[in-house]
Design a protein around this ligand. Structure first.
Ligand code: ZN
Length: 234
């Protein structure tokens, strides 16, 4: 079923956002992508995006026809104002408040708000993000309540009827891999394994079953554990 709306997908080049993009391409008549350069200390995510988009186009004639412009937005001000392990060269560890120091306060609020502004200009009415409550790191801006509340706020503030869709909100990483298989078969799973990037440390030397990465940082552990469970599915 194709929904005649236009969607803007928050597309970082990681596993989750690539799965969200495939999900949107399977539903909406028109899909554009937005990425943010915010001084990530390893910008590998950003460098894999163009190749991923090309390969997604090659997977399906429908997807190729629906996929429109990609927008890369400079949000380097985040690094200037937040000071976290994602943007500084310090060890990843837990803080006293129970959140890892990779937490960029309010990052998803800012991303969604910038996306809403762009969607307004582009005539798109659905925002798609890979936020997930199921096996997240406790980031409060990944919560469903946060996204629902932001949707209300954005629509009040812009006199719009935008919808925020978060297809991964209630599923774990194994189910995210499975969703990719349902949307694009083994070819999409392979593309996500080999061409997306999730590792916090920017490691891309060794290709594991679950993709490239150091295998030790929280993002790699989550991705690897999910893939192992998924690969055990019949
Ligand atoms: Zn890693």
């Amino acid at each position: 079923m194709t929904i005649p709306n236009g969607a803007l997908v928050l597309f970082s080049g990681g596993q989750d956002s690539t799965t969200c993009l495939a999900w949107a391409l399977s539903r909406y008549a028109k899909v554009e992508t937005i990425g943010f350069d915010y001084g990530q200390r390893h910008a590998i995510e950003l460098t894999v995006r163009p190749a991923l988009l090309q390969k997604l186009r090659a997977l399906s004639a429908d997807w190729n026809q629906r996929l429109g412009d990609d927008h890369l937005i400079d949000l380097s001000l985040i690094a200037k104002i937040s000071g976290t392990a994602l943007t500084q060269d310090v060890a990843i560890e837990m803080q006293e408040n129970g959140l890892p120091n990779t937490f960029v306060p309010g990052r998803n609020l800012l991303f969604m708000t910038v996306a809403a502004t762009l969607a307004y200009r582009r005539g798109l009415d659905v925002l798609v993000g890979g936020m997930c409550e199921t096996d997240f790191s406790g980031y409060p801006d990944c919560r469903n309540d946060t996204m629902q509340s932001l949707q209300t706020t954005l629509n009040l503030g812009m006199a719009t009827q935008l919808r925020i869709e978060t297809p991964l909100m209630w599923i774990d990483k194994a189910a995210t891999w499975n969703m990719a298989r349902e949307l694009g078969g083994a070819a999409l799973v392979d593309l996500i394994r080999e061409d997306t990037h999730t590792c916090y440390l920017g490691e891309r030397d060794v290709l594991h079953d679950w993709g490239y990465g150091c295998g030790k940082c929280p993002a790699c552990e989550l991705r690897a554990r999910g893939y192992t469970l998924f690969a055990a599915f019949p």
